[in-house]
Design a protein around this ligand. Structure first.
Ligand code: NDP
Length: 299
């Protein structure tokens, strides 16, 4: 079997086209665009790239977009003061504080200070609780998990009844919320992690296998059940001497070629889950804008 390649770029483009249409309708109704504020503290190069891309995408979607770049020496009190200011700005619907934060700042304190109604990353305890209690009509759901679900739905449809989903990874950002979303779609869900015994045998039972580990190509082809749908969330940069000295390339948490020979469908890295994350950030901002203005939640 050769797996269908799940095209995350195309799926993200479809989400962004819908976002654009909703922004136009929102602006026509409310006389203003949705607003997104992105906060970056320090000069982490990967974070700078992410923040730049988010700003560009927000502008392309027709948002009011603002970026706050603070020096690495910023105190927690100053960052909290900025969060309070954007919380109070009626034209801002979404606030994203780029992680990781410098080590002297407590990320949980900062994320909890964001108005839950503007928490487009979905990391605030209120949104975590709403997702956990199944109130997805009111929750803002983390972007990577929500994007992964759209890719799974594109292959298997909305119901996962009767399917066994195995999620490898239990982070608050990826593993746990994906598991919640899979459960809501009626999958039978197993969450695996670094203390799980015989991970390979467990993965082989999965109809839907989600890898969110952060270990390059850890999931091998013989861990994949024939016909399974494989979602590779991992983004790992590894040396690529074949491209020249000092060169690198991106790989996922799944050994792609091996797994693609066994699975029915698989996400590539890059071009799978990655593009969905930023698209869902834009979708969450539109959703937050609608909910804040008392409009019906877009799908
Ligand atoms: P974390 O490091 O927070 O979590 C990793 C999880 O993997 C932990 O639960 C850990 O278990 C588990 N794990 C680590 N080693 C093993 C192992 N040998 N066997 C089984 N489980 C293991 O990472 P994130 O969840 O934040 O990210 C996961 C991956 O997804 C990374 O590659 C990251 O770059 C990528 N990512 C991609 C995004 C995208 O847009 N596509 C967005 C966010 C992340 P334990 O809890 O026991 O330590």
């Amino acid at each position: 079997m050769t797996a269908r390649i799940i095209d995350g770029k195309a799926a993200a483009a479809a989400v962004l086209a819908e976002v654009k249409a909703r922004v136009d309708a929102f602006r026509a109704t409310k006389g203003r665009p949705p607003g997104l504020a992105v906060v970056l503290v320090g000069e982490d190069p990967a974070s700078q790239v992410y923040v730049r891309n988010k700003g560009r995408e927000a502008e392309a979607a027709g948002f009011r977009s603002e970026q706050h770049t603070l020096p690495v020496t910023t105190s927690q009190a100053d960052l909290l003061a900025l969060v309070a200011r954007v919380n109070a700005d009626p034209g801002i619907d979404g606030i994203l504080v780029q992680l990781p934060l410098p080590k002297d700042i407590d990320a949980e304190t900062v994320l909890t200070a964001i108005d839950p109604a503007k928490d487009v990353d979905g990391f605030h305890p209120v949104n975590v609780g709403l997702l956990g209690s199944g109130a997805t009509d009111r929750a803002l759901v983390p972007c990577t998990p929500a994007g992964s679900m759209i890719l799974i739905e594109s292959v298997l449809g909305p119901s996962l009844a009767g399917k066994h989903a195995v999620v490898v990874g239990r982070s608050n950002i990826v593993g746990k919320p994906i598991a919640q979303l899979l459960l809501q779609r009626d999958a039978t869900v197993t969450i695996a992690h670094s203390r799980t015994a015989d991970l390979a045998a467990l993965c082989r039972q999965a109809d839907v296998l989600v890898a969110a580990v952060g270990r390059p190509e850890m999931v091998r082809g013989d861990w994949v059940k024939p016909g399974a749908v494989v979602i590779d969330v991992g983004i790992n940069r590894i040396p690529a001497p074949e491209k020249g000295e000092g060169k690198t390339r991106l790989v996922g948490d799944v050994a792609y070629a091996e797994a693609a020979a066994v699975a029915s469908a698989i996400t590539p890295v890059p071009g799978g889950v990655g593009p969905m994350t930023i698209a869902l950030l834009m979708a969450n901002t539109v959703t937050a804008a609608h909910l804040r203005e008392g409009l019906a939640r877009p799908r």
